[in-house]
Design a protein around this ligand. Structure first.
Ligand SMILES: CC(C)(COP(=O)(O)OP(=O)(O)OC[C@H]1O[C@@H](n2cnc3c(N)ncnc32)[C@H](O)[C@@H]1OP(=O)(O)O)[C@@H](O)C(=O)NCCC(=O)NCCS
Length: 191
């Protein structure tokens, strides 16, 4: 069903991206064959800095994958450009009762940065989250110095809500910004 849901019409963000982008870009469920490519992205120091490290060991990857898309509180998606994997997205901490979830996105292929693909892919995921999963709020954390990501999120209606100081283990790293977008604000922006 989700495959059908994810093929929805391009969203409003597509107006500002190259005309060819929406047709070339596809979002589908993550598959096991995607994991080695994602692991390679994770080893890139720049991406690790922007994303934070999710996995320390192969066992971490197996544990993460073992519970993804299996009816729990996490859903994972692949972003394909012309059929090639360029990034991934995850809805996590999905709360049906609270009607909210956290989102993270990583375009791992650096050559694909700044082409509007992140905005288009996330726009499609937000439509799935609000229309089909029935969520009313999606939030995310982003490092304060990640200006590209913050601009991408702002295009989709995410607002800065709080600044989380980097302390303890994270001391010396950039502070985190908490952003969120609600179903109501997206609906209002569509009018
Ligand atoms: C963040 C990410 C998803 C954005 O996707 P993208 O396809 O590269 O971004 P888009 O092209 O859709 O939008 C980026 C916007 O930031 C702007 N931008 C790029 N670099 C910038 C900078 N240094 N300062 C300010 N704005 C910048 C672009 O011009 C564009 O805005 P515009 O459309 O108004 O011109 C993607 O770059 C990525 O995954 N990066 C690596 C991992 C990461 O940072 N993930 C997010 C962690 S919270």
């Amino acid at each position: 069903m989700a495959q059908r849901l994810l093929q929805k019409a391009p969203g409003p963000a597509d107006a500002r991206t190259p005309l060819s982008a929406p047709a070339r870009l596809r979002v589908r469920w993550l598959q096991a064959e995607d994991l080695p490519v994602m692991a390679a992205w994770e080893r890139d120091p720049e991406i690790a800095h922007l994303m934070g490290r999710r996995f320390q060991t192969d066992a971490d990857v197996r544990e993460w994958w073992g519970t993804l898309n299996r009816g729990g509180d996490r859903l994972g998606f692949a972003i394909l450009l012309d059929g090639r994997l360029i990034g991934d997205m995850e809805l996590l901490h999905i709360s049906r009762a609270g009607q909210e979830a956290e989102v993270r996105i990583c375009i791992g292929e650096k050559a694909a940065w700044n082409h509007g693909y992140g905005t288009v892919a996330l726009d499609r995921l937000m439509r799935l989250a609000f229309s089909d999963l029935g969520l009313t709020r999606v939030y995310l954390r982003v490092t304060r110095d990640n200006h590209r990501a913050i601009r991408c999120y702002a295009h989709l209606g995410f607002k800065k809500r709080a600044r989380l100081r980097a302390t303890g283990r994270l001391s010396g790293q950039p502070d985190l910004i908490l952003m969120d977008v609600t179903a109501w604000s997206v609906t209002a922006a569509d009018r």
